[in-house]
Ligand binder design. Structure first.
Ligand code: NAD
Length: 297
C-alpha cells in the first residue's frame, strides 16, 4: 500500500480519496474547504494545512482541481509542489485541463526527475463514489505502469492514451460529445413531453432504441425519471455547468488551434453558455433540460 497525498476534495476528489482510504492506502488530504477535509478525516484520512505539508513523505501525489490555473498554482513556481517534491515521487493530475497546461506541468516535473501523468477521469460523481471511473492517462509507459495499481482503487477502466497531454485531448473529445448528447437527450425528452408522452416511458423506449446513450442510461436529465441522479435533487451536486463550460471552452480552443471544424460542439458550447448566463452555473450540467422547459406553464 502506498503513502498518498490527495489534493482537491470536491464532488469528485472527495469520493476518490475515500476509495483510496478504503483500499488501505495511507492518505493525507488537503483542500481549501475545511468541511471537505473534515469529511475525509471522518473516513480515516489524515489531513494537512497546506498542499506542501500533505505531500511531505508521500510516494504519490494526486490532484483533482477545478481548472488549469489551480493546477498551475499547486505545482509550478517557487512555492509549487514540483520545486519541493523529492525526485521519483509519482505525480498524477486527474483534473480536466488544457493539454498544453498538462504538458507544461509535465515539463517542469521532468526537469526535476519527477514522473508525471495527466489522468483525467470520466464517469461522474456516481462513478467516483462506486470506484468505477475511467482514467485516461497521458505520459510515459513506466509512470503509467506505476500509477495503474493506485488508479485501480478508484476506477475500473485505466487507459494509456499516449504521451503527455494525450489524456486531456481524449477527455476533451469525450466531454464535447457528452455535452452534445446531454443537450440532444434533453431536447428529445422535451419534445416527447410536449406531445403528452410520459418522460419515463419515452426514456425507456429510447434507451432500447438507436437513440440510447449514457445520459439516458445512467444520468437522465428529466426530474423524477431516475433515482439518485442530479435531476432528481433539483440538479444539485454532480458535474457543474461552469465545469462543462470550461471543458467546452477547452475543446473550442483546441479546435481553433488544430483547424478542426466542430459545429455541434460549438452549438453545445453556446447552449451551455446561455444556460449559465441564466443563473445556472452552479447546477449540474443535466439542468440543460430546464433550457428546453423555460416556456412550461
Ligand atoms: P469541485 O469544484 O467540486 O472540486 C474542486 C475542489 O478543489 C474544491 O473542493 C476546491 O475547494 C478545491 N481546490 C481548489 N483550489 C485548490 C487549491 N489550490 N488547493 C486545494 N484545493 C483546492 O470540482 P469537481 O466536480 O470535483 O471536478 C474536479 C475536476 O474533475 C474538474 O477539472 C472537472 O472538470 C473534472 N471532472 C468532474 C466530473 C464531475 O462529474 N464533477 C467528472 C469528470 C471530471
Amino acid at each position: 500500500m502506498a503513502k498518498i497525498a490527495f489534493i482537491g476534495l470536491g464532488n469528485m476528489g472527495g469520493p476518490m480519496a475515500s476509495n483510496l482510504v478504503k483500499a488501505g492506502h495511507d492518505v493525507t488530504v488537503f483542500d481549501l474547504s475545511e468541511a471537505a477535509v473534515k469529511s475525509l478525516e471522518a473516513e480515516g484520512a489524515q489531513s494537512a494545512g497546506t498542499a506542501k505539508a500533505a505531500a511531505e513523505g508521500a510516494e504519490c501525489v494526486i490532484t483533482m482541481l477545478p481548472a488549469g490555473q489551480h493546477v498551475e498554482s499547486v505545482y509550478l513556481g517557487e512555492d509549487g509542489l514540483l520545486a519541493h517534491l523529492p525526485e521519483g515521487t509519482l505525480v498524477i493530475d486527474s483534473s480536466t485541463i488544457a493539454p498544453e497546461t498538462a504538458r507544461a506541468v509535465a515539463e517542469a516535473a521532468r526537469a526535476r526527475n519527477i514522473p508525471f501523468l495527466d489522468a483525467p477521469v470520466s464517469g461522474g460523481v456516481g462513478g467516483a463514489k462506486a470506484g468505477i471511473l475511467t482514467f485516461i492517462c497521458g505520459g510515459a509507459e513506466e509512470a503509467f505502469n506505476q500509477a495503474k495499481p493506485i488508479l485501480e482503487a478508484m476506477g475500473k477502466n485505466i487507459f494509456h492514451a499516449g504521451d503527455h497531454g494525450s489524456g486531456q485531448v481524449a477527455k476533451i473529445c469525450n466531454n464535447m460529445m457528452l455535452a452534445i448528447l446531454m443537450a440532444g437527450t434533453s431536447e428529445a425528452l422535451a419534445l416527447g413531453v410536449k406531445n403528452g408522452l410520459d418522460p419515463a416511458v419515452l426514456s425507456e423506449i429510447m434507451k432500447q432504441s438507436s437513440g440510447g446513450n449514457w445520459a439516458l442510461n445512467v444520468y437522465n436529465p428529466w426530474p423524477g425519471v431516475m433515482d439518485g441522479v442530479p435531476a432528481s435533487r433539483d440538479y444539485e451536486g454532480g458535474f457543474l455547468v461552469k465545469l462543462m463550460n470550461k471543458d467546452l471552452g477547452l475543446a473550442f480552443d483546441n479546435a481553433v488551434k488544430n483547424h478542426a471544424p466542430i459545429p455541434m460542439g460549438a452549438l453545445a458550447r453556446n447552449l451551455f453558455e446561455l444556460h449559465a448566463g441564466q443563473g445556472n452555473s452552479d447546477l449540474d450540467f443535466s439542468s440543460i433540460q430546464r433550457f428546453y422547459r423555460s416556456d412550461d406553464k
